[in-house]
Design a protein around this ligand. Structure first.
Ligand SMILES: Cc1cc2nc3c(=O)[nH]c(=O)nc-3n(C[C@H](O)[C@H](O)[C@H](O)COP(=O)(O)O)c2cc1C
Length: 218
């Protein structure tokens, strides 16, 4: 190898090594930063492999790439009674006494999250009834423990009513000092089946951008 060629090769190799090292360190730093971050999603659909679960999987993919811990709690197919305004949670400073052991466990998990995603299909222009029954009790009795967590609403529809469902879910955050993460459109993806949802490229992009913004906020 001629002298000039040797010098050029050495410079390239050296630069490569330095860049490799720096990017390696940057990746490790971001891993470290996100390692203890946790997002919990409440899925209000009765269908654990349905459209709402698919919407959450789009967000989960971005979280996975960024080392965010992500847990989905499926509440939608459970027999959950609503709040009966007995006020015992308020008067006795206790978690709702009309919650099952499983519901109590979910509420305890929610308290450990940096961000809470409330995801629901649209039923007659609102969130699914089971979801509302659970959230009314969880937030009425425990909302002080959700303060300052990032709040995120995600909605699926076959066609119409997403804005009302979105509005309904956001009510839980905006009365409880929870900063709300948003995206480049309202957080909705639509279609009858998962295959239909896969055609909704704007919906997918909206959820991907939402996930990135959640990461920035936590
Ligand atoms: C009882 C019921 C009411 C519904 N109401 C609406 C509605 O008002 N607007 C709409 O676009 N889709 C409506 N749908 C369709 C679902 O919201 C939609 O298919 C959703 O993506 C299903 O999500 P999932 O597969 O996670 O359960 C309704 C479905 C059911 C079962």
């Amino acid at each position: 190898m001629k002298k000039r060629e040797f010098i050029r090769t050495s410079i390239f190799a050296g630069t490569g090594l330095i860049l490799g090292n720096i990017s390696g360190r940057l990746i490790k730093k971001s891993d470290r930063k996100n390692k203890n971050k946790k997002v919990i999603a409440i899925n209000g659909s009765p269908n654990e492999k349905g459209n709402t679960a698919y919407a959450l999987s789009i967000i989960g993919e971005i979280f996975n790439n960024e080392n965010i811990n992500f847990e989905i709690i499926h509440v939608g197919k459970n027999d959950i009674r609503g709040c009966i305004a007995c006020m015992r949670c308020h008067n006795e400073k206790t978690v709702c006494i009309h919650t099952t052991a499983e519901e109590k466990k979910w509420i305890e998990s929610m308290k450990t999250a940096d961000a809470l995603i409330l995801a629901s299909p649209t039923y007659f222009g609102g969130m699914a009834g089971t979801m509302k029954s659970f959230l009314d009790k969880a937030f009425y009795s425990s909302s002080k423990d959700f303060r300052n967590k990032t709040g995120v609403a995600v909605v699926t529809t076959r066609r119409t009513g997403a804005s009302m469902t979105f509005e309904g879910l956001n009510q839980y955050f905006t009365i409880n000092e929870m900063p709300v993460a948003s995206s480049t459109y309202w957080n909705n993806i639509r279609g009858l089946t998962v295959d239909n949802l896969k055609q909704d490229s704007e919906g997918i992009r909206t959820l991907q951008n939402l996930a990135k913004n959640i990461i920035k906020m936590i």
